[in-house]
Design a protein around this ligand. Structure first.
Ligand code: GUN
Length: 292
């Protein structure tokens, strides 16, 4: 079994980008600028956004955080988006999800200019990605693809099961893995809450991407000997022995499953750091005009 060290890989990619930023600075050029918008005080969201800002600092990007209060109206948020859309000093921006219930997340996603949509959530980017056109790819699936590429894990012709069909992870990773290329060229099955024979289907897969948000859902009987397991879950479970009162755990029962796998990602330190890095890579692409 080989552990996929997402944290180390993320730091390596960030170090590569830092070199590029140093070259820009030496040439007296402007550096890329990412803006993050956070509404309210969801503790997980605060932590994710903090990591995004910290990673920007690490690579030498400019970053700005707009932390708005929970009571912010949809109109106020839409005004901020409009100003970011029109600000030539902002290369890309993202609005952290979930949003408070009184704000329509779809309306917000649609309001972000596709050219600045470094999260890749706008239907224009999603559609372009689906058709293999230049696009911003959503950060988590993009981070997973980069991880597979850099670990030389071939997916061509492999049977891949994706657990979960969210717009953020399950749906887009299923499209990317079945697209032409390697990673890619996989035969993908998307399983969800209405699927039958989930355990049997997982047990036949060469690669399992677990993105359903249920702690320790994937058990040894669902893992083929030698399978590749990518754990996207970031579940907070109570742990009185920790100062915070909780710890993070994945959608995979890592301890029970690891021995059966050829490769497996840990939680934390697997997919999470790669998600942040993919956002940084997209900001670089927005800055350098690689997509639009
Ligand atoms: N919430 C969970 N993951 C993400 C993400 O990648 N981007 C945004 N904007 N919100 C999220």
């Amino acid at each position: 079994m080989q552990l996929i060290d997402g944290k180390a890989l993320a730091l390596q990619i960030q170090a590569e980008l830092k070199e590029e930023v140093i070259r820009l600075k030496d040439a007296g050029k402007r550096v890329p600028h990412l803006v993050a918008v956070l509404v309210g005080d969801n503790p997980a969201s605060r932590s994710y956004v903090r990591n995004k800002i910290r990673s920007c600092e690490r690579v030498g990007f400019r970053s700005t955080l707009h932390h708005l209060e929970e009571e912010t109206t949809e109109e106020e948020l839409m005004q901020l988006i409009e100003s970011l859309n029109n600000d030539p000093n902002v290369d890309g921006f993202m609005v952290q999800l979930p949003l408070p219930r009184h704000i329509d997340a779809t309306k917000v996603t649609l309001a972000i200019r596709p050219e600045k949509d470094v999260d890749g959530f706008h239907p224009t980017n999603f559609g372009r990605m689906t058709q293999g056109l230049p696009a911003f790819h959503p950060a988590t699936p993009m981070g997973i693809m980069e991880m597979l590429r850099r670990y030389d894990i071939s997916t061509s012709g492999k049977d891949c099961v994706v657990l979960g069909r969210s717009n953020i992870v399950g749906r887009p990773i299923s499209i990317m893995l079945s697209a032409k290329g390697d990673p890619g060229n996989a035969t993908v099955t998307v399983l969800h809450s209405k699927s039958r024979n989930i355990e049997e289907r997982c047990a036949q897969a060469d690669i399992v991407i677990a993105a359903i948000g249920i702690p320790h859902f994937v058990k040894p009987n669902m893992v083929k000997e030698g399978a590749v397991i990518i754990d996207v879950g970031i579940n907070r479970i109570e742990d009185p022995s920790r100062k915070s009162g909780y710890r993070l755990t994945g959608d995979v029962d890592f301890e029970a499953v690891a021995d059966r796998c050829s490769f497996i990602t840990p939680v934390p330190g697997g997919v999470g750091p790669m998600t942040v890095t993919a956002l940084i890579m997209n900001t670089w692409k927005a800055y350098s005009g690689e997509v639009y």
